[in-house]
Design a protein around this ligand. Structure first.
Ligand code: NAD
Ligand code: ZN
Length: 389
């Protein structure tokens, strides 16, 4: 998502495959929330956008639910470079509405979660490096082609997903089929925030039983990281947030301590005797809290950076401390996931009552309420808001 997005636009558009397009999909008007220009404060909720016809390896998904993530705000303010105009949204779930000729993996009517960084399944990242979340073949290939059209002008999709629309076009790798008994509002959260946060705790940081953990930021991603740490068996989980209400929320999801930033040193002394935590997870995207999370861990501990800051923002380290502290500093992209298995694992944890997804939905809203919803994210007021179409 952070590489140059412009290079991918030289790819040829896939040939449209009209024969399998359902009648209600062809040329149908629908509601969508569009970012017209980077820097705009509001999205344009419009019915002037049409979803493109699927190529042979594509599917059209009728989005039933989509969560609002801080990365949507970051696409608006330019932190995450996004070609405009673009339908935002990347945390979605819905029902397959049409499939291309070559698609056998899913069929019309299947329930799916949208994947914003899908593995192609055949490249070195997917196979040799065992890091399918880092595969860019699909994400910077067909995902970056315009998914929509407005008066003959191509319209892009944020992170190749574009879930703030009643329908979106995706390559077949960008959907994971789920059981129809899973509520689709719950499923949508897995598509970004929950996979990212829980995956950072379980897959990237690899938190161990009995360890001490500090999580910076208790939004959707941070709360999922807290739950991941709880599932991993951490003994102490300290949540840090500016917002008092978030500290109460964090305790609800498994934080054993919840503090304002100015109280971190006290918690560190009380819990670790001053050595520092075994793990820190930064779930905000601020260079200061990235540095603070590195400082919060003990010698040899792991600081895992989940939040996304601007490309030009820097985090400084002394050339001495890196050697001396032997800390592990690791980024986490989409929770280090293999979506093909991890989405199902998280849903099984949900079904067994071990992962609280229902409690993460602060508000259910309509697409018309997207702009106040984005403002609530900017103000750190919510865990997750889910748009219902
Ligand atoms: P959010 O806005 O819902 O939550 C952020 C929380 O941090 C809020 O509760 C806010 O009150 C708190 N906060 C803000 N500044 C703070 C500070 N200085 N000190 C303490 N608390 C502070 O955001 P989210 O949707 O949970 O996303 C969190 C971050 O994760 C964002 O940067 C987002 O872009 C990023 N993200 C990363 C990936 C990935 O693959 N690594 C995927 C999705 C989202
Ligand atoms: Zn997201």
């Amino acid at each position: 998502m952070l590489l140059s997005l412009t290079t991918v636009f030289t790819f040829r558009l896939p040939e449209p495959n009209l024969c399998l397009v359902s009648l209600n999909q062809m040329g149908a008007r629908m509601l969508a929330a569009v970012l017209r220009n980077t820097g705009d404060q509001d999205l344009d909720v419009t019915d002037t956008i049409e979803v493109n016809d699927p190529g042979p390896d594509d599917v059209v998904v009728k989005i039933t639910h989509t969560g609002v993530c801080h990365s949507d705000v970051s696409a608006m303010n330019g932190t995450i470079p996004t070609e405009c105009p673009a339908v935002l949204g990347h945390e979605g779930a819905g029902i397959i509405d049409a499939v291309g000729d070559n698609v056998t993996e899913v069929a019309v009517g299947d329930h799916v979660i949208v994947v914003w960084s899908p593995p192609c399944g055949g490249c070195r990242f997917c196979i040799d490096h065992k890091s399918p979340n880092l595969c860019v073949t699909v994400q910077f290939g067909s995902m970056m082609l315009p998914h929509f059209t407005e008066a003959n002008v191509p319209v892009h999709a944020m992170a190749g997903a574009g879930t703030f629309a009643e329908k979106t076009l995706l390559p077949k790798q960008a959907v994971v089929k789920i059981d129809p008994d899973i509520p689709l509002d719950i499923a949508s959260l897995i598509g970004c925030g929950v996979m990212t946060g829980a995956g950072a705790a379980l897959n990237t940081a690899k938190i161990t039983p009995g360890s001490s953990v500090i999580v910076y930021g208790a939004g959707g991603v941070g709360v999922a990281a807290i739950q991941g740490a709880r599932i991993a068996g951490a003994a102490e989980i300290v949540a840090v947030d500016l917002n008092d209400a978030k500290l109460d929320d964090a305790r609800r999801f498994g934080a054993t301590h919840a503090v304002k930033p100015e109280d971190v040193d006290g918690a560190k002394l009380e819990i670790t005797g001053g050595d520092g935590f075994d793990y820190a997870l930064e779930c905000i995207g601020n260079p200061l809290t990235m540095r603070a999370s590195f400082d919060a861990v003990r010698r040899g501990g792991t600081a895992c950076i989940v939040g996304v800051g601007r490309m030009e923002e820097m985090v400084q380290f002394s050339a001495f401390e890196l050697f001396f502290s032997e800390k592990i500093l690791v980024g986490s992209y989409y929770g280090g996931t293999d979506v093909r298995s991890d989405f199902h694992k998280l849903l099984r944890l949900y079904k067994q009552g071990k992962l609280d997804l229902e409690g993460m939905i602060t508000r259910r809203i309509t697409i018309d309420e997207i702009n106040p919803a984005l403002e609530a994210v900017r103000n750190g007021e919510v865990i997750r808001q889910v748009i219902e179409f």
